[in-house]
Design a protein. Structure first.
Lengths: 273, 273
């Protein structure tokens, strides 16, 4: 058992493994965004770091079909940061929150060796909250957008290259409109943050799947995509595809849920530890 | 303006400067607890680190007279930690949560150079929620327990000494019973986390105070005490003192709120930056 699985196993009595926790009418989600773990300072501008920290947190709420309303911001900053760098970082955080109608209601600031951004998002649960592991035998499995671009961007940066400002690695796309329309016809959803090869087993739980799409290694492995992985019953296929079209969201069906095991290529999955 | 004040000034439209945020029937609070900022690994055992991370977070809720119920845990851990160290850290977190009736409902785990614990506490607001800056002219100002022990503990550790397992620096006392009984007769409250010299101005806002108690330099400066700073009207003095006695809580009246400035000794206050 790796270390991350070990920590999660301690909380199995409490955690359902979903992107957020539903409590009454609200969904609570929390993600850490840490320098040299999730980003390097030379890869992203301070404003981009702030914006991405917010987007990856909102992604959890969107994946559960909740509407983000409030945020608590924990910010730990190195002492050597200049005032204009702090202003740019905060600018990225505040403008991205504002754009998505999220008010920062509290938080904590302190120093640290590395830029550490911890956001807690409080979201209003909508009529139907979506969870992982709810897909049934025969349901279609699909993902939004394209997979692979985030890892391509990361590799370019790791090799000392530059990437476009609108690169998926810098600025994830949240599929808010598609989720709003299609949620009532979806069975299960999560966001793809650790790569499809790592996230699909979490999505299916104890079920298996027959994967009919041909996916490349980079599509299986690319993490931090923040695209949606969804499941829907065959009878809703036409509706879900129509909502994708209406909201100009590319949707790729990769296979169907079945009993037994999930056979996926044996790539080394991304691990935090 | 120092860097922490600069960050906070960005949020003044949203933040009231209180320990937590009241939203409907719930109080939300969030504190970061970071290695080499708030503790060193050689000072506290892994279990003590986990326990203190929870206690300093619960302290915010208690100071507002809210009852902690749920927590979201963000945990970033260095790769070199051994499994038994992770188990001990989690043990400290889980047992302290359990002792205070708090369920962990979600969170995030990742790697980091330094142990980083970010907790968000969701608490039920009780009949009366207490805030900072609500004291009126003539109100008495008092603190619970003793001040100075945390800084004494810290200094001993910094000098290579050892301190008792029940030292205030290792294990803050939360004044839960005193708060429960006396909240209805208090005007204002906060916890003392940055030292009285730093926290008293935040407690008074634009008001001043006449400090009649003789306090030592260490009493003014000792941070991370997590004792309560409270204000109450003269007509409630006897009641508040009676509640302190009933709950075996030492309560020291240090002065009264007045118009104008607060004159406190010019010590260099503790700053995170």
């Amino acid at each position: 058992m790796d270390k991350e699985a070990r920590i999660i196993s301690h909380f199995t009595h409490a955690l359902n493994g979903d992107d957020g926790a539903l409590l009454g009418d609200f969904v609570y989600s929390k993600d850490l965004f840490i320098e040299n773990v999730h980003f390097k300072r030379e890869w992203l501008s301070m404003e981009q770091i702030g914006a991405k920290a917010v987007l990856v947190n909102l992604s959890d709420a969107i994946a559960m079909n909740a509407t983000p309303l409030f945020a608590l911001l924990g910010l730990a900053l190195p002492k050597e940061l200049e005032n204009d760098e702090i202003d740019a970082l905060l600018g990225g955080i505040l403008s991205t929150c504002a754009k998505h109608g999220v008010s920062i209601i509290g938080g904590d600031t302190t120093s640290a060796d590395k830029i550490t951004i911890s956001l807690t998002i409080i979201s209003k649960a909508n009529k139907k909250t979506l969870f992982r592991k709810k897909a049934k035998i025969g349901d279609f499995i699909a993902f939004t957008g394209s997979l692979g671009l985030s890892l391509k961007g990361l590799k370019a940066l790791q090799n000392g290259g530059k990437i476009a400002r609108n690169s998926r690695f810098i600025k994830p796309s949240l599929r808010i409109e598609f989720m709003k329309k299609s949620a009532k016809n979806l069975k299960s959803a999560m966001d793809i943050s650790d790569g499809l090869a790592n996230d699909l087993p979490k999505f299916l739980g104890k079920k298996g799947a027959k994967i009919s799409a041909k996916l490349s290694k980079i599509q299986w492995l690319s993490g931090e995509e923040y695209e949606l992985l969804v499941a829907f019953s065959p009878k809703n296929k036409a509706r879900v595809l129509a909502y994708a079209k209406q909201t100009r969201t590319k949707l790729t069906i990769i296979g169907q849920v079945k009993n037994g095991y999930l056979k996926i290529p044996k790539y080394r999955a991304f691990k935090h530890f």
